[in-house]
Design a protein around this ligand. Structure first.
Ligand SMILES: Cc1ncc(COP(=O)(O)O)c(C=O)c1O
Length: 500
């Protein structure tokens, strides 16, 4: 082992060379910036960046390749930053790289159009945009048991801060028991209360990723995952959710391996059961197969699996909906799981903004590290969670569980009836659907982007409002009455034919 002074001298010499090269590189970048400005060329060229890394990687020792990639990506960012500042493409107020182009949310935009149409043509308009349960009278379903319980919470509790950044201890315990209702999770766990499932998802992403990495999601997925990735300078890799008309984890495995090879770790989100937007559920066997695969892969690096269960309480087979979680007991030390739980759907409490991150790990120490980092995210971003509603959930489960379950069961039955009407008709008329198991949404499967855009516009013209996804049109059966579900698939097929 050489002496530290000697090593530092060597580092100084290397830095001298790097500084000279940096100076030369930036001087060239300056000319590139001028050229791009003159010729109206975009600063960013991700394909060229990818090729540069690909070209140099074989000359870097394998153990340093991930570090080399970060180094090179930082250099790209610096030169883009310089070019954008020089050419006036940035906004000096904002952190470099923040996306300040006009924000547009497919779901909320479509909802606005639908509400306008509803005002002028209430009978003829189908508003299938909203991801909230509506009753047969087209009113938002707000479970009486939930809101009667909420009304019984003293104002002083509603006005108070929560008992801690982590959420009230009785709430965290109630959430864990709610999710672990089959008592089939026996690995160490921690719970942090979050503002909705969204808080649990973004806290997870914030704490387990480094910028420039990729997270893995399904090819058709809730749009907010991409927005979250963008917040942390991440890229998104996708796997095919459906192969040969069935939910499959084959491509998921391939993409996990690819990410592990590229970045030495995997962070993935699985929205299951009752996937948004398709309504697919994986089932216990596929979950077991996946966990076995991840355990093997985790010999190469850490894996964080975020299981988004936003809609799990609307699974048709309530008693067995969480049976797959027994597979979580088999995770290796190098696999961590964060279950993102949301009160929004379970309690029809979308606006209350309450949820939780349930952290599972083989070792208590791992769960504790996640927990402590999540607490800092909570403190920095939302401080604490709606106290009155945490109390409401605890009281509801303790004192009114049976009535609540009966009420929720009616909603699940309503979803089943609506889906049966829609799917039967779709099959009869040949409307192509993603395979649906359960949940709030059914999606018409269309891969051709031009057709998809035309179809979406034509549906709007016919006052059928839906949400457009990357390869489909989502129909929120949670918010369309049985009366309006009847005949809908046939009308949608006719419009699809006309859009061809
Ligand atoms: C797939 C999915 N995950 C998570 C959420 C989180 O919702 P919230 O933040 O209201 O709990 C939603 C809400 O629409 C969703 O569709």
């Amino acid at each position: 082992m050489s002496d530290l002074k000697e090593l530092r001298n060597r580092i100084d010499e290397i830095d001298d060379q790097l500084t000279k090269l940096f100076q030369e590189r930036m001087a060239t970048v300056e000319q590139v910036a001028e050229y791009k400005k003159l010729n109206g060329i975009n600063t960013s060229d991700p394909e060229r960046e990818r090729k540069i890394i690909e070209k140099h990687l074989p000359f870097v020792e394998e153990k340093w390749q991930p570090y080399y990639q970060d180094f090179q990506k930082d250099l790209f960012t610096l030169s883009r930053k310089y070019q954008d500042e020089k050419n006036g493409n940035d906004d000096a107020f904002l952190r470099y790289g923040v996306d300040f182009s006009t924000y547009s949310d497919n779901g909320f935009n479509a909802g606005k159009l639908a509400r306008e149409a509803m005002a002028r043509n209430p009978k003829g308009t189908v508003n299938a945009t909203v991801g909230s349960m509506r009753n047969e009278e087209n009113e938002i379903l707000a479970f009486n048991t939930v809101y009667d319980t909420y009304a019984s919470i003293p104002d002083s509790r509603k006005a108070s801060y929560a008992g801690g950044i982590q959420g009230n201890p009785d709430f965290c315990e109630t959430v864990f028991n709610w999710v672990n209702r089959l008592d089939n999770i026996h690995v160490p766990h921690q719970v942090v209360a979050t503002p909705g499932g969204t808080g649990a998802l973004s806290a997870s992403i914030a704490n387990v990723t480094n910028r420039y990495e990729s997270i893995l999601i399904s090819d058709i997925a809730w749009g907010s995952y991409r927005v979250m990735a963008g917040q942390f300078d991440l890229k998104v890799e996708t796997y095919k959710l459906v192969e040969d008309g069935k939910v499959s984890i084959n491509d998921m495995k391939i993409k996990c391996q690819k990410l592990m090879d590229q970045q030495g770790k995997v962070v993935m989100i699985i929205n299951d059961p009752c996937h948004n937007p398709t309504g697919l559920s994986m089932g216990t066997e596929l979950w077991k197969e996946l966990i076995a695969f991840l355990n093997e892969l985790s010999k190469q690096g850490p894996i964080t699996l975020i299981n988004d269960i936003a809609y799990f309480d609307y699974a048709l087979d309530y008693d067995n909906a969480t049976a797959y979680m027994s597979a979580f007991n088999d995770i290796s030390e190098n696999v961590a799981i964060v279950i993102a739980f949301s009160c929004s759907k379970t309690l029809t409490a979308y606006g209350m903004r309450v949820g939780s991150a349930i952290i599972l790990a083989k070792k208590q120490e791992t769960a504790d590290h996640f927990y402590n980092s999540f607490l800092r995210t909570a403190r920095a971003f939302w401080s604490n969670v709606n106290n009155g509603f945490m109390d409401c959930f605890v009281k509801l489960v303790k004192e009114h569980k049976d009535e609540f379950m009966a009420e929720k069961k009616k909603a699940v039955n309503l979803l089943r009836e609506r889906s049966e009407i829609f799917i039967k008709e779709a099959e009869e008329c040949g409307l192509p659907l993603y395979p649906y198991s359960e949940g709030f949404f059914i999606t018409v499967h269309i891969e051709d982007k031009d057709l998809l855009n035309r179809y979406y516009e034509n549906l709007n013209k016919a006052d059928i409002y839906t949400v457009k996804f990357s390869s489909g049109i989502r129909v929120a059966i949670c918010s369309v009455s049985k009366e309006k579900c009847a005949g809908l698939a046939k009308r949608m097929k006719e419009i699809l034919d006309k859009s061809m």
